[in-house]
Write a protein that binds this ligand. Structure first.
Ligand SMILES: CC(C)(COP(=O)(O)OP(=O)(O)OC[C@H]1O[C@@H](n2cnc3c(N)ncnc32)[C@H](O)[C@@H]1OP(=O)(O)O)[C@@H](O)C(=O)NCCC(=O)NCCS
Length: 220
């Protein structure tokens, strides 16, 4: 795992390819630009080390297998390495591995209406778990569920195209695991781990493997 703080550094921006540069230009908010540039830079520097490629030669493919558009999970064609990027608030995180599909997600807790979001994100049994918690714990518990589920759907490459409420997870204060998953996107086995992103954030890693996860973390 590699963590970084977002920064729209011109030297990092220089490494973007033409399509990335177009996307960069479309972001209106400086914070979105910084998170994007930093994520792609982090991915390039770490993947260059892992593969021996030069940073400037790294081209990501973002082909979506579901609809053919270019908003799919970024991959490095021709290499066995799998990686996943996430950014939220002041956090940018990259997960890299070989031999399994992985997904990472970091979520800054916000004042979003979690009751309403829970209808979309949580299974019925999870909504009951949430409702039984003291009110002051519900927001962080909801974000823990959310980041675990998004990490899983980023590992499969579905992202928000698959139903989050079809996945039923262990309670937020128990070791993270899939309890049940019905639906067209379901895969097994899945390994999950919570990551420490600091106060006000939830972060999780998912790997589509039965092997235990061994996680090393670097960065701020
Ligand atoms: C993946 C997705 C859930 C990310 O949501 P998010 O919480 O806003 O953002 P995060 O910061 O956690 O993750 C964004 C990163 O995930 C990666 N990503 C994008 N699509 C992905 C996918 N389908 N699977 C896995 N990772 C994906 C990218 O690296 C992206 O960051 P970057 O473009 O700056 O490099 C969301 O963008 C999504 O669902 N995309 C799918 C596209 C879609 O709409 N499909 C429709 C059906 S065809």
């Amino acid at each position: 795992m590699h963590w970084a703080a977002p920064s729209d550094d011109p030297a990092m921006r220089d490494l973007l390819d033409a399509a990335e540069r177009e996307r960069y230009d479309r972001f209106r908010r400086p914070a979105d630009r910084a998170r994007f540039v930093t994520g792609r830079f982090l991915a390039r520097t770490v993947l260059a080390e892992v593969t021996g490629l030069a940073e400037g030669d790294i081209r990501f493919s973002t082909h979506c297998p579901h609809c053919g558009a270019s908003h799919g999970k970024p991959r490095l064609p021709g290499h066995r390495v799998d990686f996943s990027l996430s950014h939220s608030g002041d956090r940018v995180v990259l997960a890299v591995t070989e031999g399994a599909d992985i997904g990472v997600d970091v979520e800054q807790e916000s004042d979003r209406d979690i009751e309403r979001l829970a209808e979309m994100v949580l299974a019925a049994a999870e909504r009951e778990v949430l409702a039984a918690l003291p009110p002051e714990r519900r927001r962080s518990a909801f974000h823990a569920y959310w980041s675990r589920k998004e990490a899983i759907l980023k590992a499969t490459g579905h992202g928000l195209a698959a139903s989050m409420s079809a996945i039923r997870l262990s309670p937020p204060d128990a070791p993270a695991e899939v309890v049940a998953w019905d639906g067209e996107a379901a895969v097994s086995p899945v390994r999950l781990a919570d990551l420490s992103a600091g106060p006000g954030y939830a972060a999780s890693l998912a790997a589509l493997t039965g092997r235990p996860l061994k996680i090393t973390e670097q960065g701020p």
